[in-house]
Design a protein around this ligand. Structure first.
Ligand code: NI
Length: 175
């Protein structure tokens, strides 16, 4: 299990670098990312969220058997002109959700764990998660796609929730 970095940590707003070594260390990282994502009940997890500033993310939408995917050095080649609304959340901003508008379909080119190139045409939830995770590789969170007022509100909600969490923990320790 890896620690998930939360809103406010620098690594979440940094640009990532290309993966060049397809070695056992990379395989271990990807395995640990899948495990961490499963444990946190997420549908996607990008490397910066576990403190690694590299271009990769994992996805499992739990919709089809073959959707446990790892995208290394992904490039979004094409997005559909039609946009759809969907409520997003993020393991790095737990407890906060907001509607985000994005293209409904995407075509992504990436490498798999062995460095082999592949292309995926995605729609629905998979297209949504790919775009959300890909944003993480550019230091962008879903709240960065909202209007300023909405973004500020999301940050305040998150901070208030974290503060209350902290209080609760202290109380439990005292008892
Ligand atoms: Ni996220």
């Amino acid at each position: 299990m890896l620690d998930i970095y939360k809103l406010g940590e620098d690594v979440l707003s940094e640009q990532t670098t290309k993966v060049t070594e397809f070695d056992s260390a990379l395989k271990m990282l990807v395995d640990a990312m899948f495990e961490t994502m499963d444990e946190a009940e997420g549908v996607g997890l990008a490397a910066p969220q576990v403190g690694v500033s590299k271009r990769l993310f994992v996805v499992d939408t739990h919709q089809n058997e073959n959707e446990r995917l790892c995208f290394i050095n992904p490039e979004i080649l094409e997005t559909s002109p039609d946009l759809v609304h969907y409520e997003e959340g993020c393991l790095s901003i737990p407890g906060v959700y907001h509607d985000v508008e994005r293209p409904s379909h995407v075509t992504v080119h990436a490498q798999d764990i062995n460095g082999k190139a592949f292309t995926v045409k995605a729609e629905g939830l998979l297209a949504r998660v790919i775009q959300h995770e890909n944003d993480h590789l550019y230091g962008k969170l879903f709240i960065d796609r909202l209007e300023k007022d909405d973004r500020d509100l999301m940050v305040r909600l998150y901070e208030r929730q974290e503060k209350n969490h902290g209080k609760g923990k202290k109380k439990r320790v005292r008892r």
